[in-house]
Design a protein around this ligand. Structure first.
Ligand code: IVH
Length: 712
């Protein structure tokens, strides 16, 4: 293939030549007739380049049928054929500075220029489909696709629906007969909207704006074309009864004056440096244009020089396309790797057969999450085109700017027969703990917070932070260093560090940044931390959704970590989706703690039920003698009373009222029963108020309540 040695023997050459011709023919058909390519432009270009190399070495293989001698395209039987007045040709490609320099050198040599300056136009190369528009006496009489370059498809009815194609030309210097050429394209915004509509209607989505422009133009019903909002940039002429202009630049200005849309980025340049600078500048604004371009085109500006330069086989000598490094490429997905982030999130990464994309070799791409691989999100909506991604699949990778490479499409046609749907792991690949996915979330997370090496540094940093264990002298930097030195791997290690190895203190103090005094201060701070309040320890465990407030709520209720752990181990959440199931008593109790809902309760249960956390937690608790939380007040008017809030509270939020009541020793409940002591009813109170009156429970207003607790 491209890049490898050209064949030595005529037989080898003939075999490879025949294979390339067939491949190119098949790709042309998919591209031009079906608007559904299966290889990238770069891969296609490589096949053609290889063919040119072989034909250069074995000229006897060049026949009139060779793709090097013909313009690709071809016409569909759907449309009447239309012969172009003058053939529509193709452009040679340049990929780097050297190719551009060769082009300029060829032009100068051919024209025998000495030191004279030569001007070129430079303009974006629109990634659409070229079109030939025939005007007679200023009236549009024929619109045709490029086809094979000689004969295209008659799509007059379709092109007349494009607002940027005038039906009548106005202005000066309009030849009696002129063929106007340009590019029909679709904007990114219209492309996205079209694909969304197609998807909703269960129709196939288009791979890219160029294919969708092709598909939209080549419709038997022009009303469909009309609804697709296609655009057109005019840039050249074909047959003409008189020469409209003597420069390329002047001609494009004329086109604009006749009523065509022309590309505002066209420029006149007179040196290699200017050409390359233009290529760079357009590359930089490429992503902001709102339509696809795949390079820039340089054209000799003077028409008389263009005429002298003429053509070689399928392309003019006076123009060249300077392509951008392809931003998309086809490659094979060899494997899927699961990476665990610092917070326990499992991210799938595509291991790709290395491929050059946008000038960089790409071998990894993000796969985002489980749903992205499955092609369906948790609500059942399709992701991408709804196809799942399997190991062995051929995929399209995209790399735009500095963005992490993405997989934009799966080529399902190329899927190996034995490819199996990917099963996302439910255990963490870094530590073997369970990895769970919460309802409504797209990420799966490791629950082994205390033991997972991928999360260790982040967890330790959180564990010692201000609102948790608050160990002075042990910040992010020190934790990282201790981890790297192997001194601390999990929370308990912080407390065993000093005694673990004799001389640990001296080991530390000889390390960079540690002196005798700072080491002694650190160990003193660690000693003090053994008696931190219990809710700080719980917060420090880093249980998902258990911030310092929820840690307080839990500990106010359970008092000790052992009690919380026992409850979490015994708790049995209701089975998914089963409304009648309310879980067991421990679950009921856990979710009745004020402020603790199902999501938090699930996270607590997941954490304690993960066996890997058990060992680390026991080791930690062996080292600590946590202070209990301050007792709820005993001597207040509401201590020991069960209170229910109902209706709207006007002076504080329900949450705040609950927390305050609990601080004052009251128990807050969500339902009224015989055990209820007080119901605080605001405006809008309904059934609970009625129940209270029926049961003879004391009912009061928010203001009454506030005076009762001395807040008035
Ligand atoms: S000039 C003699 N200018 O690129 C060739 N072509 O790869 C005249 N294209 O078939 C073509 N933008 O479809 C020209 N600004 C531009 C272009 C452009 C896109 C297309 C056109 C052509 C193909 C060649």
């Amino acid at each position: 293939m491209a890049g490898s040695k050209t064949p030595d023997t005529p037989l080898e050459a003939q075999t490879e030549h025949a294979r390339l011709v067939e491949q190119i023919r098949a790709h042309d058909e998919r591209y031009y007739q079906e608007d559904a390519p299966v290889v990238s432009d770069a891969e296609y270009d490589a096949l053609r380049k290889r063919l040119v190399e072989i034909e250069a070495k074995f000229p006897e293989l060049v026949t009139a049928e060779s793709p090097t001698q013909k313009v690709s395209g071809g016409v569909s039987e759907k449309f009447a054929k239309a012969r172009h007045g003058v053939p529509m040709l193709s452009l040679d490609n340049a990929f780097d500075r050297e190719d551009v320099s060769d082009f300029v050198g060829r032009v100068r040599r051919f024209l025998n220029l000495k030191d004279e300056e030569i001007a070129f136009t430079a303009e974006p190369k629109i990634d659409g489909l070229s079109c030939n528009l025939r005007y007679e006496k200023g009236k549009l009489v024929l619109g045709a696709t490029r086809g094979d370059g000689e004969v295209g498809e008659n799509v007059t009815a379709n092109v007349t629906t494009i607002s940027e194609i005038p039906h009548t030309l106005k202005g000066r210097n309009i030849p009696d007969l002129i063929e106007i050429r340009g590019e029909i394209y679709m904007s990114h915004a219209d492309f996205r909207a079209l694909n969304e509509r197609q998807e909703k209607e269960g129709k196939p989505v288009y791979a890219n704006p160029r294919n969708s422009a092709g598909g939209s133009l080549r419709q038997l019903d022009p009303k469909i074309t009309a609804a697709r909002n296609l655009h057109f940039f005019a840039y050249a002429w074909g047959e003409a009864s008189s020469e409209p202009s003597d420069t390329q630049f002047g001609f494009v200005e004329l086109l604009a004056s006749w009523g065509f849309a022309t590309n505002p980025l066209m420029k006149r340049v007179t040196s290699m440096d200017e050409m390359l600078a233009y290529h760079r500048e357009i590359g930089e604004v490429r992503a902001t244009l709102g339509y696809d371009i795949d390079g820039v085109v340089y054209k000799v500006d003077r028409i008389d020089l263009q005429r002298r330069l003429g053509f070689v086989s399928r392309s003019p000598r006076w123009a060249i396309a300077h392509k951008f490094a392809a931003e998309q490429a086809f490659t094979v997905l060899n494997d899927i790797d699961i990476q665990v982030g610092r917070t326990g999130k499992l991210t799938p990464v595509a291991k790709l057969e290395p491929v050059t994309v946008g000038g960089v070799v790409v071998s990894n791409a993000t796969l985002h999450n489980e749903d992205f691989i499955h092609g369906v999100d948790s609500r059942g909506n399709p992701v991408r085109d709804g196809n799942d991604i399997r190991i062995g699949d051929t995929v399209v990778v995209q790399r735009a700017g500095d963005v992490i490479p993405q997989i934009v499409r799966v080529v399902v046609e190329k899927r190996p027969k034995d490819a199996k749907p990917y099963t996302f792991p439910t255990v963490c690949p870094a530590c073997g703990s369970h990895a769970v996915r919460e309802e409504g979330e797209s990420d799966r997370r490791c629950t082994g917070g205390l033991v997972c090496p991928a999360q260790a540094v982040e967890r330790l940093r959180h564990f010692v932070s201000r609102n948790a264990m608050d160990i002075e002298g042990l910040g992010e930097k020190q934790i990282q260093a201790f981890y790297d030195w192997g001194l601390v791997r999990e929370p308990a290690d912080i407390f065993t560090m000093e005694r673990r190895e004799e001389g640990s203190l001296s080991r530390l103090k000889n390390r960079e940044g540690w002196g005798e005094q700072s080491a002694a201060n650190l160990f003193k701070a660690i000693e003090e931390a053994r008696r931190r309040q219990v809710h700080r320890v719980v917060f420090g465990l880093g249980i998902r959704h258990v911030g310092d407030i929820n840690a307080k709520r839990l500990m106010r209720h359970y008092r000790t970590i052992d009690a919380l752990r026992a409850a979490a181990l015994a708790a049995c959440p209701p089975e998914d989706g089963n409304r009648a199931d309310k879980g067991n008593d421990e679950w009921q109790e856990l979710t009745s703690v004020s402020g603790i809902g199902d999501i938090v309760a699930h996270a607590v249960v997941d954490f304690f039920q993960e066996p890997k956390n058990e060992k680390a937690l026991s080791a930690l608790l062996d080292e600590l003698t946590p202070e209990p939380m301050e007792e709820a007040a005993q001597d207040t008017a509401v201590a020991g009373k069960t209170v229910v809030f109902t209706g709207t509270l006007e002076r504080m939020t329900r949450e705040e009222a609950k927390a305050q009541a609990e601080r004052l020793g009251a128990k807050v409940s969500g339902s009224v029963s015989k055990k209820t002591d007080i119901v605080v009813a605001g405006p809008g109170a309904g059934s609970k108020l009625k129940q209270a009156t029926d049961l003879g429970v004391t009912v009061m207003t928010e203001d009454d309540w506030l005076s009762l607790i001395g807040q008035h």
